[in-house]
Design a protein around this ligand. Structure first.
Ligand SMILES: *[C@@H]1O[C@H](CO)[C@@H](O)[C@H](O)[C@H]1NC(C)=O
Ligand SMILES: *[C@@H]1O[C@H](CO)[C@@H](O)[C@H](O)[C@H]1NC(C)=O
Ligand SMILES: *[C@@H]1O[C@H](CO)[C@@H](O)[C@H](O)[C@H]1NC(C)=O
Length: 174
């Protein structure tokens, strides 16, 4: 079988019985403000509710940004399992003017937090193309109103996967 030459350029991990675990490099924290949710109702994939994303901010060791008032979480409630499935999209605007598209989805865990897979899409002309190569994960928790118990927004902590033995994302990409 002839392998594509691109595949041959992949460096194999050692085939030790238990492979070393990959690392996670911290990318930052997103505060997201939510508008009034509206239900779509039960459908073919579960109970769909839409939570508008109305703004927020992102702070991290590599860059900072604001969350544009444009995006949402097309959340699915799974009545059988009693949990939520996040399906969100939003836009970051970095301090130096780059627009970055962020897509995240994933299931709520038994402890209540949501684990999500994250993908970034940045233009290749403003210094953020490295984000296109990051395989991200996030942990999402609600942020409660001060002095109240209503949910005011959400906080997402974000990491990128790092090959075992490799340096962190900052050294690798920054
Ligand atoms: C669907 O979601 C809405 C909004 O969260 C909720 O009020 C409703 O009870 C849910 N319906 C079912 C069948 O789970
Ligand atoms: C980000 O948003 C949160 C929630 O609104 C706020 O508490 C925090 O001060 C903001 N951070 C920055 C750097 O603007
Ligand atoms: C991002 O903002 C935080 C809080 O304002 C600041 O401490 C940090 O240095 C900033 N990071 C970058 C990369 O500019």
């Amino acid at each position: 079988m002839k392998l594509p030459s691109l595949l041959l350029s992949i460096i194999p991990l050692s085939l030790a019985q238990t492979p070393p675990s990959p690392g996670l490099s911290y990318i930052g924290r997103t505060h997201i403000s939510l508008g009034t949710p509206f239900p779509v109702g039960p459908g073919p994939f579960g109970n769909r509710s839409i939570l508008p994303i109305t703004g927020g901010n992102f702070t991290g060791p590599i860059f900072n940004a604001t969350v544009r008032a444009f995006g949402g979480d097309w959340a699915l409630g799974d009545p059988a399992q009693g949990n939520l499935y996040l399906d969100a999209r939003h836009q970051l605007l970095t301090e130096d003017g780059a627009d970055i598209f962020v897509e995240a989805n994933g299931p709520q865990q038994a402890d209540g937090v949501i684990h999500c897979r994250v993908r970034w899409e940045a233009g290749t002309d403003k210094g953020y193309a490295w984000l296109n190569g990051v395989v991200g994960v996030g942990i999402l928790t609600p942020r409660f109103e001060e002095g109240g118990d209503g949910v005011e927004g959400i906080v997402v902590e974000l990491w990128g996967l790092v090959t075992p033995g490799e340096k962190g994302l900052r050294e690798h990409w920054g």
